[in-house]
Design a protein around this ligand. Structure first.
Ligand code: ZN
Length: 333
């Protein structure tokens, strides 16, 4: 008896209710797959196909395996598939990915996404971070014109780590020193007036010129004007890179300089980000960048007509997602 014949017999033995559930389940899986294929072909049009190992465009199609297109790179000789390096790589239940990401887009918790998708909580956790690792590739390449930078701080956290390198903090805020200490993680937030935004984890404690260089040196140039509140490291950075620097002295009640220079967009984004982050109930520092990228992408797509689809594209577009996900544990700062 063929597998199909056996399935037909089993199907006939189901109650009407069970038959209905079975058909709905199969349909959800198939349409989910079809939509992923559609999104992927759109991504291939935006992003000329390249080898995820060496980035060469000299590639040839090399057959299909279980419906997944395979390629061979003429430059490095490696074989790979259209899922290699993406958030779909090595996913045993890839047909459930579409269901999962729609729940994730709606902001449902890891446990809720697991239940609604029919996967374990650990798998749900891993999928969330594979997807967020893909979102990291969406930070802007350059800022244009007047830009604003601000550093904001989150509590350092080793939540979920088995071996703590620091004493667990007591309940409440007793363990946190006042001011900027090693207990705080500095994040550099930058935006321009064309809605480009970048939010990057810099280091524990107070930031230096070198930290700003790591995050910003490729993204600003001689045409840029950088507005910050008065902070010595930003002055040193802009001076070294020949960038015009406008210091806003908020403490002296100066909020706008020459009618155009201010840091109000950065401040507003910082407040919105802090608000959004409180919904997650404390994020371990090694995952902080993923959450910042999540916020950035939601902000980028907020005026698009089909937001869930834009989110799915962002979650599939990077071929560095798998690598970034595998290395999350090394995100020690
Ligand atoms: Zn290659």
């Amino acid at each position: 008896m063929t597998a199909l014949q056996k399935l037909q017999i089993d199907f006939n033995n189901l109650t009407d209710r069970e038959k209905q559930n079975f058909i709905t389940g199969i349909l959800a899986q198939t349409t989910g797959q079809l939509e992923i294929i559609k999104i992927k072909s759109e991504i291939n049009q935006i992003n000329k196909k390249h080898c995820p190992h060496c980035k060469s465009h000299s590639i040839v199609a090399n057959g299909k395996n279980k419906g997944i297109q395979r390629y061979k790179c003429n430059n490095c000789g490696k074989n790979y598939s259209e899922n290699t390096g993406t958030s779909l790589a090595h996913l045993k239940k890839a047909h459930l990915w579409k269901t999962y990401i729609s729940h994730m887009f709606e902001g449902k918790s890891i446990a809720k996404c697991a239940k609604l998708t029919g996967i374990s909580i650990q798998t749900s956790f891993n999928w969330r971070h594979k997807i967020l690792s893909s979102l990291q590739s969406l930070s802007p390449e350059k800022f244009e014109g007047i830009s604003e930078s601000d550093d904001i701080f989150f509590n350092y956290s080793e939540k979920g780590c088995k071996s703590l390198t620091r004493k667990p903090r007591k309940r409440g805020n007793d363990g946190i020193k006042q001011g900027i200490s090693e207990d705080k993680v500095a994040v550099i937030l930058t935006c321009d007036r064309k809605s480009h935004k970048d939010i990057k984890v810099a280091k524990r404690g107070r930031i230096s010129k070198a930290d700003i260089e790591n995050v910003l040196s490729d993204k600003l140039d001689k045409e840029s004007v950088l507005c910050t509140d008065s902070h010595r490291s930003y002055s040193a950075f802009t001076k070294a890179h020949n960038i015009k620097h406008e210091k806003i002295h908020a403490r002296k009640k100066q909020y706008v300089k020459d009618k155009i220079y201010h840091v109000q967009n950065a401040n507003q984004t910082a407040r919105a980000l802090k608000d959004w982050m409180t919904g997650f109930n404390g994020v371990a520092t090694k995952y902080l960048q993923n959450y910042l990228s999540w916020y950035m992408v939601l902000d980028q797509i907020k005026n698009k007509t089909n937001k869930p689809k834009e989110f799915a594209v962002a979650a599939l577009i990077s071929t560095d997602a798998w690598f970034l996900f595998k290395n999350i544990a090394l995100n020690h700062i």
